[in-house]
Write a protein that binds this ligand. Structure first.
Ligand code: SF4
Ligand code: SF4
Length: 61
């Protein structure tokens, strides 16, 4: 299970340093690696990227 980033991403970069497993990478639209995203399980109660994203671009894949 993983989250993904939709076309609503405005590449603000806020999510990148928040990911505890470094699953997010930079780009015109940021990307989540589905092989490393753990939905923040064991780190936070809720997916951190979704919590901090200003455009609600981080959604369940
Ligand atoms: S849900 Fe958590 S582990 Fe997955 S990409 Fe977002 S911050 Fe990283
Ligand atoms: S916080 Fe949201 S808008 Fe900003 S880079 Fe991450 S996914 Fe894109």
């Amino acid at each position: 299970m993983a989250l993904m980033i939709t076309e609503d991403c405005v590449a603000c970069g806020v999510c990148l340093p928040e990911c505890p497993v470094e699953a997010i990478s930079e780009g015109d639209i940021y990307e989540i690696n589905p092989d490393t995203c753990v939905e923040c399980k064991g780190h936070f109660d809720e997916p951190k990227c979704a919590e901090v994203c200003p455009t609600d671009a981080c959604v369940p894949a």
